[in-house]
Design a protein around this ligand. Structure first.
Ligand code: GEK
Length: 243
């Protein structure tokens, strides 16, 4: 599939609409996420490595909020055990349709089921690995605790959750600095000031970041025995939570 450049916010608009994972976004998504999330490729590769280590025979690996399935494909190519399948879920029909097309061209042996559904409603059972790669941030704050509790309950003993999120910081100066450094990163990726500011407005009420402490406390509250950062690049971090 040809890689299209994200220029969705390149022209000025009178009123920036709330961000949606529609067809226009799905079409440019690989370029958008790569140029917007510092360290995205490194995280995707590491998710594969972690799945290679934690995926168990006769279990399920979940990729929740899979978009075009980058994390699923990374896991699929690293899982070596038999009878382990991946369930990838996204509630954007455009993402799911495109991911199914991508999957048809991938010939690894691990079975993958792609579901178009709300991840809050999908049962999690017999899981050895659960991936939430920049997805929890789009779930309403009031639903996050129950949703993570469901994931914890569905994980097998010794299973892991990989949780990647955009972060907020309690300290005001730190918060401002990290946001500015993220914008500096986006500029090096070719985004203009206008693109950065219009995208920021579009995401404002849709992507709700929290602090690392809040994430770690919630993970412990639902039962995870530890939750540690294994990757951070400015205000983007990934945590491994162990059951
Ligand atoms: C990657 N993990 O490339 N139910 C299902 N899907 C949802 C829901 C929901 N309630 N809310 C949001 N999504 C991917 C990147 S993108 C992150 C994940 C980003 C989906 C939404 O449709 C979108 O595809 C994805 O979560 C978030 O590793 O764009 O910053």
């Amino acid at each position: 599939m040809t890689q299209l450049k994200d220029s969705l916010y390149a022209s000025p608009v009178r009123k920036v609409c709330a961000f949606k994972f529609d067809e226009t976004v799905a079409r440019v998504f690989p370029d958008m996420i790569q140029r917007s999330v510092p360290g995205y490729s490194a995280i995707i590769s590491a998710i594969g490595l972690l799945a290679g280590r934690f995926a168990r025979e006769h279990s399920v690996c979940y990729d929740l909020g899979c978009s075009l399935g980058a994390a699923t494909l990374s896991m699929r190519h690293q899982i070596e055990v038999n009878n382990c399948r991946i369930i990838a879920v996204d509630n954007s029909p455009s993402m799911v349709t495109r991911f199914q097309q991508i999957l048809q061209k991938d010939h690894a042996s691990v079975e993958v089921d792609v579901l178009c559904a709300d991840i809050r409603k999908v049962p999690i059972q017999n899981a050895s690995v659960v991936v939430l790669n920049f997805t929890l941030q789009f779930i309403p704050l009031e639903d996050r605790l129950n949703f993570l509790q469901k994931i914890y309950n569905g994980l097998l003993p010794g299973g892991i959750l990989i949780l990647s999120e955009k972060l907020n910081f309690d300290d005001e100066r730190q918060q401002e600095l990290q946001i500015q450094m993220h914008h500096a990163f986006k500029k090096t990726q070719g985004y203009s000031e206008l693109e950065i500011s219009q995208k920021r407005s579009a995401l404002e009420k849709v992507l709700i970041p929290e602090t690392l402490t809040l994430h770690q406390n919630r993970l412990r509250e639902v039962g995870f025995s530890s939750a540690e950062v294994w990757f951070q690049y400015f205000n983007f971090a990934s945590v491994i939570a162990l059951k």
